[in-house]
Design a protein around this ligand. Structure first.
Ligand SMILES: [Zn+2]
Length: 495
C-alpha cells in the first residue's frame, strides 16, 4: 500500500510538472471579456491571447485547435493587482501559493514596508525562487538597518558613523534589487531617528533611483508635521515619496483629511513626486503601544486619554497577546469588564506583560472616501498571509465590491488603475500593471457584479468571492475556488 502510494505521489508530481511546463509554453485565449486595461480608460469588449508568459494579442482572436479557450462572457479582465505594502515576508516562506493573496487578485507583492524588512534582501529573494505563486519584490526597512548597525540600542539618535554604516547597507540592498527605503517612524525602533538620518539614508536609495516609502511618525494629532517631514525627506534627498496607508488615525483628527490632501497636493503642484496608498477599512492594526504616543505607558492619565482618543476601550480588539491567549479576538471593554478592572489597568497589565497586537476601529469613513477618491492614492493592503486584520485577505475585493459597486465612490476603471498601473508606475515596473501587447501576462478575471470580500474582524481569513481566475506570468495560480499549485512568481529586482 505504501509502495503504491509512493508511485501515485510520483505520478502526481510528474503530472503537475508537465502541466506546469505546458502552462508556460502553450497559449490560452480568453474570449469576450470586458477588458479594463489599467490606464483608466473605459472598458472594451475583446479577446486576449496569452503566449509564453506574455500578452500576445488583444482584439478579435480566432483560437487554433491546440489552444485552451476561456469564455469570459460577462466577466472583467484586468491587469493583476500589485500590492505595494504587504507584510508577507515570513508568510511567503511558509506558504508560497499565497491563497489569501491570489484569491483577491494580487499577482505581485512588495514586502518590507513600515521599516521592517528581510535582510539581506538577496538571500531572502533567493529562498523564494521557484516557490511562490505571485511575483515578489522587496523594500529595505529602516528599522532593520538600525537593528543591524545599532543592535538593541535603538532608542536614541544615531551617530554620524552609524548613519554612514546604515547608508552602506542601503546601497547593498539597492544593488540586490530593493525598490527603495521604507520607514516606520511611529514605531519604537525608528522613532528616535532624526530627519537628517532619514535624508542621508534616502539619498543612498536615490542614487539607485529608489523611492522613500513611509509609515509617517504620527497619523493622529501630529499628522501635519509628520507629513511635512516625509515630504521634506523626499525633497532634500531628491527621490519620490510614498506615504503609506494614509489616514486620519483617531477621533481628534476626523474630518481633517482635507488638510492632509492639501499638503500633498501643494507639494505635487510645486513639482515634487508624492503619492500615497490606503487600505479600505476604518480600523487600523498595530501594536497596542501606539495608543499612547507619549510612550508613558504606566501614566494613568495618558492611557486614559489614549483610549478616549480612539473612542473607548470597546474600539480596541486584542488580536494577539502571547502572555494570555484568552484575551485574543476580544475587545478591551469586554476583557476588563470580565476581570472587574478598568480598561486603563488592563492596558498597563498588557504592556507590562509584553504588549499585544490590536485592531482599532477609530477612523471615519468620510476620510477614507476622501483619500480613495484622490487620483494620487492607490490601493494597498498593509496585510499579508496570516494577517489578523481582514485587510490581509479582503482588501482588493472590498474596494471592487463595496467602494465601486455598492458605494459608487469611484468607477471600476479608476479602481483597477489604483490596483495595477499606479503601483507599477510607482515601482518602475515597465512590463506589468497594464493590459497591453508584450506585457507580462499577470491577469485577473472577475465578476464585477458579485466580487466582494468575505473576511471579517471575527473571521479575517475568509476568502473573497467573485475572482474567477488569476494568472501570473501566463500561468493560472487561482481557479476560482482554490490555488492551482503552480509557482510561476518571479523575484523582482528594481533597476
Ligand atoms: Zn504601517
Amino acid at each position: 500500500m505504501k509502495h503504491i502510494l509512493h508511485l501515485f505521489k510520483a505520478a502526481a508530481t510528474a503530472l503537475l510538472f508537465v502541466s506546469a511546463s505546458l502552462g508556460q509554453t502553450t497559449s490560452i485565449v480568453i474570449r469576450n471579456a470586458s477588458i479594463i486595461d489599467g490606464t483608466g480608460k473605459a472598458a472594451f469588449r475583446g479577446d486576449l491571447r496569452i503566449k509564453n508568459g506574455r500578452i500576445d494579442k488583444i482584439g478579435k482572436i480566432k483560437p487554433n485547435k491546440t489552444e485552451e479557450v476561456i469564455d469570459a462572457t460577462g466577466l472583467v479582465l484586468a491587469p493583476g493587482f500589485i500590492d505595494i505594502h504587504n507584510h508577507s515576508e515570513s508568510g511567503l516562506l511558509r506558504e508560497g501559493a499565497a491563497a489569501s493573496q491570489v484569491s483577491q487578485g494580487i499577482t505581485t507583492i512588495l514586502v518590507g514596508p513600515d521599516g521592517g524588512s528581510p535582510w539581506p534582501i538577496a538571500d531572502y529573494l533567493r529562498r523564494l525562487e521557484g516557490k511562490v505563486a505571485p511575483n515578489v519584490g522587496a523594500f529595505i526597512g529602516h528599522a532593520e538597518l538600525r537593528t543591524q548597525v545599532m543592535k538593541q540600542d535603538t532608542k536614541r539618535t544615531a551617530t554620524p558613523e552609524e548613519i554612514a554604516a546604515m547608508a552602506k547597507l542601503v546601497e547593498q540592498a539597492m544593488q540586490e534589487g530593493a525598490f527603495g527605503l521604507s520607514s516606520g517612524l511611529e514605531y519604537d525602533t525608528g522613532y528616535m531617528a532624526s530627519i537628517e538620518e532619514m535624508v542621508e539614508l534616502a539619498k543612498a536609495a536615490a542614487r539607485y533611483k529608489g523611492i522613500y516609502m513611509s509609515h509617517i511618525r504620527d497619523e493622529e494629532e501630529g499628522f501635519r508635521t509628520a507629513m511635512e517631514e516625509a515630504i521634506r525627506i523626499g525633497r532634500d534627498a531628491n527621490l519620490p515619496v510614498q506615504i503609506s496607508h494614509i489616514k486620519m488615525g483617531n477621533r481628534n483628527v476626523w474630518g481633517k483629511s482635507a488638510e492632509a490632501i492639501q499638503l500633498v497636493e501643494a507639494a505635487r503642484k510645486a513639482g515634487q513626486d508624492v503619492t500615497a496608498d490606503a487600505y479600505p477599512y476604518t480600523a487600523w492594526a498595530s501594536t497596542i503601544t501606539v495608543l499612547v504616543p507619549s510612550r508613558r505607558h504606566d501614566d494613568r492619565a495618558e492611557v486614559e486619554k489614549g483610549l478616549n482618543n480612539v473612542g473607548g476601550a470597546d474600539k480596541v480588539l486584542i488580536t494577539s497577546h502571547a502572555a494570555n491567549r484568552s484575551y485574543e479576538m476580544r475587545n478591551m471593554a469586554q476583557i476588563s469588564a470580565e476581570k472587574g478592572i478598568s480598561p486603563v489597568d488592563l492596558y498597563i497589565e498588557i504592556v507590562k506583560a509584553g504588549g499585544a497586537g490590536v485592531v482599532c476601529n477609530s477612523m471615519n469613513e468620510e476620510d477614507v472616501k476622501a483619500f480613495y477618491t484622490r487620483p494620487w492614492v492607490m490601493v494597498s493592503s498593509d496585510g499579508g498571509i496570516g494577517s489578523r486584520h481582514p485587510r490581509g485577505t479582503g482588501t482588493f475585493t472590498r474596494v471592487l465590491g463595496r467602494f465601486v459597486r455598492e458605494n459608487k465612490w469611484l468607477s471600476l476603471e479608476a479602481a483597477v488603475k489604483k490596483m495595477s498601473a499606479m503601483p507599477a508606475a510607482r515601482l518602475g515596473l515597465k512590463d506589468r500593471g497594464l493590459i497591453k501587447k508584450g506585457m507580462r501576462a499577470d491577469l485577473v478575471l472577475f465578476d464585477a457584479n458579485s466580487v466582494i470580500d468575505r473576511a471579517t474582524f471575527a473571521e479575517p481569513q475568509n476568502f473573497s468571492v467573485g475572482i474567477r481566475s488569476v494568472f501570473v506570468n501566463g500561468m493560472r495560480v487561482w481557479d476560482g475556488d482554490k490555488v492551482t499549485g503552480a509557482m510561476p512568481g518571479e523575484l523582482l529586482k528594481h533597476n
